[in-house]
Design a protein around this ligand. Structure first.
Ligand SMILES: Cc1cc2nc3c(=O)[nH]c(=O)nc-3n(C[C@H](O)[C@H](O)[C@H](O)COP(=O)(O)OP(=O)(O)OC[C@H]3O[C@@H](n4cnc5c(N)ncnc54)[C@H](O)[C@@H]3O)c2cc1C
Length: 386
């Protein structure tokens, strides 16, 4: 692929930066960290108004392929709240690929206004990594389905308007073959949402479905064809929709702090050769992650499904982020334990935050082990893990 940025892509990047300059205020950042809800309605709306969102839905073909990567790269580089809009655009891409005309005219059109969010309901309390073993049941009743079960880790479930819900419709066939996907409104009677707070600040949720009646038109994909829809969603989730540039702001925050802080002998931390080497290594990792992400975005935006490439960049970038945050915490010493707002906190508190947040990123979007299995099986040709 060609990594050169076209004039249109550069213009697009400037539109994203302009929105962030105006709408990513200290108040938005503070709200993100105090609530754990990594979403900003102001930024989402402004991105829609600037014509950015429709260009960034994978498969819609409205923008230069590289723009998909640029949006999330620019947001993550300044630590803007990205989870809400990235999940919405990802599901927008799923609807564009496999949704009915009605779903494209309603859900996709709503997503593009920046006003509507969508959550993902795959994981369950008893089946996390083994997603295909989902047991939330959907039983047909005339033109409707009746859904019963529970989902775990439904991030954005408390603010989302829709949920992409994986259900079991046939328990008598091999597990991958008896699944059906629905895209349903979150305000249907019978849906409840309970908060789950994580050590990485992000709030996620447990969600419960008690006799939820769902018209068949909310089904997305074929009956018992949920695994195919899942493959599209997973291919977009990893590597395409952000989550791979988080080492960038960490490096900036640490660099600024290391240039100021001095030891008892008056030496700057920045002049310590070990610290310098680690910073260079982090910068190299950040660049590699960026190029790998561009490749995934390019594949997705030109009609492909970067399932394997997404696993590769997810593993690489989240491991690199975790390694960087460990290195910088260690170099910062006690100052690395101080939080936002505490005097003397390393990197204004970002070192402490990243140390809590980076391990969580190796779990969501599929754990590192599951993504490694994917690479082992699909790229290296090793035997199936299960
Ligand atoms: C903050 C957060 C947000 C999330 N958001 C969402 C969301 O919005 N929607 C959603 O559906 N899910 C979400 N998830 C779920 C996430 O994507 C993982 O799939 C899920 O957390 C893994 O399941 P589990 O936690 O039950 O761990 P388990 O599946 O029980 O795994 C436990 C450990 O065993 C390892 N393991 C499991 N199976 C294998 C195997 N076959 N080979 C090797 N090792 C294995 C795992 O890697 C892990 O280390 C989120 C998770 C977190 C932490």
């Amino acid at each position: 692929m060609d990594f050169t940025l076209s004039p249109e892509a550069l213009e697009f990047r400037e539109s994203v930066r302009a929105v962030l300059r105006e709408h990513f205020t200290p108040e938005v950042s503070e709200r993100q960290h105090s609530s754990g809800t990594f979403n900003s309605p102001e930024i989402n709306r402004a991105l829609a108004a600037a014509g950015v969102l429709e260009r960034a839905v994978p498969g819609l073909g409205k923008g230069d392929p590289i723009e998909l990567w640029m949006l999330f790269n620019e947001m993550e580089k300044v630590s803007a709240p990205v989870d809400g809009i990235s999940m919405a655009l990802m599901i927008g891409g799923v609807v564009a690929h496999v949704g009915s005309q009605e779903q494209q005219d309603t859900v996709l059109a709503e997503i593009l206004t920046g006003e509507v969010l969508v959550s993902l309901g795959y994981s369950e309390p008893e089946t996390g990594s083994d997603v295909a073993a989902a047991s939330t049941r959907a039983v047909r009743d005339g033109d409707e389905w009746v859904i019963n079960g529970a989902k775990m880790w439904t991030t954005m479930g408390h603010v989302a308007n829709w949920i992409l819900l994986l259900t079991r419709t046939n328990p008598d066939v091999p597990k991958h073959k008896g699944l059906t996907m629905f895209l349903i409104p979150m305000d249907l009677p019978g849906i409840t949402v309970e908060p789950v707070h994580t050590m990485g600040t992000e709030r996620t949720n447990a969600t419960f479905y008690d006799d939820v009646r769902v018209p068949d038109r909310y089904r997305i994909g074929e009956v018992d064809g949920g695994w195919k829809v899942m493959a599209v969603a997973l291919a977009f989730e990893r590597g395409v929709m952000g989550g791979t540039s988080m080492g960038v702001p960490l490096l900036h925050h640490f660099h600024r702090w290391a240039a100021e802080v001095r030891d008892d002998a008056g030496r700057r931390l920045l002049d310590d050769p070990l610290v310098r080497e680690q910073m260079v290594r982090v910068a190299i990792d950040n660049e590699i992650a960026s190029l790998m992400t561009q490749r995934c975005a390019y594949i997705a935006a030109t009609g492909g499904l970067p399932g394997l490439e997404g696993s590769m960049v997810k593993v690489f970038s989240t491991d690199a982020y975790q390694k960087a945050s460990k290195w910088f915490s260690r170099s910062a010493g006690p100052a690395g334990l101080l939080q936002f707002g505490e005097s003397g906190a390393a990197g204004d508190g970002w070192v402490e935050y990243d140390a809590r947040h980076s391990p969580v990123t190796t779990i969501y979007g599929g754990t590192g082990e599951i993504n490694r299995n994917n690479i082992a099986e699909r790229h290296l040709g090793l035997p199936k893990a299960r």
